[in-house]
Design a protein around this ligand. Structure first.
Ligand SMILES: *Cc1c(COP(=O)(O)O)cnc(C)c1O
Length: 356
């Protein structure tokens, strides 16, 4: 494996670290960041780690106008032994390049991207918080930087990685949430950008989220963009249901984001010999299963929460309560196993961990 050469310029004024029990999400950033530039003539060039700082862009930089940008999200976890664990980072890097391809952004050497994440986290390893449930969130992203107002792929980009110590998602134990099925707005359509982690998908989801939040719901359950019949995702998580002993999740259909957590959940269930199927699931089927008393569990799966149980689904004026608004057995088992592997308390039988 050829090592890439990443120049490191260290900060001369280290920041004060937050109290790990006071951490929230995405408000505090570490001492350093990684930058890699792209130019059509040179390709990707000049990988470097520099002190965390603002970036200056021309107001005509294309990312500001047409949203040509992608991002990733993964975490580093501190073990009881003091080691730092990354969870399946190669999966995030592969997905970053799939998002890049969809958005006409040149792909990035995967070995370099992994090395960049590792070297940056190593340099700022003292920022990986040690309170239970906390972690260091890693945010790689690419922006189109060419100053040009024409609608076309940019000829210049920056790939940047920043790090943010984040608090425990569940401060008082894993808790089921109320979800509203979204019947008006849609997140993505086949042929669109739903499969890519690109900014526009999230900008366009804010309106629906704002409306249901006012009504006391944590998130929306997204239906397909064409018929608004079939289940896609919950908030920015993938979604699973347990119906009559079987776990089902929407099949990847071109408008669903392929989560690393989703993939890990499916692998774990198969390992446990729990029946799991990826297929089309209509909201009507979920309603019928609930009426028949066969909707046993429902949960979201994503890096931030790992597993987020759904206690209530609001649909067409009805409140469908699931498992008496309690965390189900499979949800809890998945949460405990995934976090156990991430924090180095459970055997890493699938080779998911890369230790720094
Ligand atoms: C990031 C994301 C997910 C979850 O992916 P993970 O890799 O598990 O964190 C699911 N849906 C959407 C829309 C996302 O942006």
């Amino acid at each position: 494996m050829t090592e890439h050469s990443i120049a490191i310029s260290k900060t001369t004024s280290k920041k004060e670290k937050p109290n790990p029990t006071d951490l929230t999400f995405g408000e505090i950033f570490t001492d350093h960041m990684f930058i890699l530039d792209y130019d059509q003539e040179k390709g990707w060039y000049d990988p470097r780690i520099v002190p965390y700082q603002p970036i200056t862009l021309d107001p005509a930089a294309m990312v500001y106008h047409y949203g040509q940008t992608v991002f990733e999200g993964l975490k580093a976890y501190l073990t009881d032994e003091g080691d730092v664990n990354l969870f399946r980072p190669e999966k995030n890097i592969k997905r970053l390049n799939r998002s890049n391809e969809r958005m006409c952004i040149p792909t990035i050497n995967e070995a370099l991207a992994l090395q960049a994440i590792k070297e940056l986290v190593k340099l700022d390893a003292s920022w990986v918080p040690n309170a239970p449930g906390t972690s260091l969130y890693i945010r790689p992203f690419v922006i189109a930087t060419e100053p040009y107002l024409g609608v076309a792929p940019s000829k210049q980009y920056k790939f940047i990685i920043i790090l943010s110590p984040v608090g425990a998602y569940y401060k008082e134990g894993i808790n089921p949430v109320k979800i509203a099925v979204e019947n008006e707005y849609v997140r993505a359509v086949k042929g669109g950008t739903g499969e890519a982690k690109t900014a526009g998908n999230y900008a366009s989801s804010l309106k629906a989220q704002e409306i249901v939040a006012e009504q006391g719901f944590a998130q929306v359950l997204w239906l397909d963009g064409l018929e608004k019949k079939y289940i896609e995702e919950v908030g920015s998580m993938n979604v699973f249901f347990k119906i009559d002993g079987e776990i089902v999740t929407p099949a990847l259909n071109g408008s669903i984001l392929e989560g690393v957590t989703r993939n890990s959940v499916i692998q774990l269930l198969k390992h446990w010999n729990v029946p799991v199927t990826e297929r089309t699931i209509s909201m009507d089927e979920i309603y019928q299963a609930h009426q028949a008393g066969k909707l046993e569990e429902a949960f979201g799966a994503g890096t931030a929460a790992v597993i987020s149980p759904i206690g209530t689904l609001a649909w067409n004026g009805e409140m469908l309560e699931i498992n008496n608004s309690k965390t189900g057995k499979i949800s809890k088992q998945l949460y405990d196993t995934l976090t156990g592997i991430q924090y180095g308390k459970e055997e890493d039988r699938f080779d998911w961990i890369i230790q720094l």
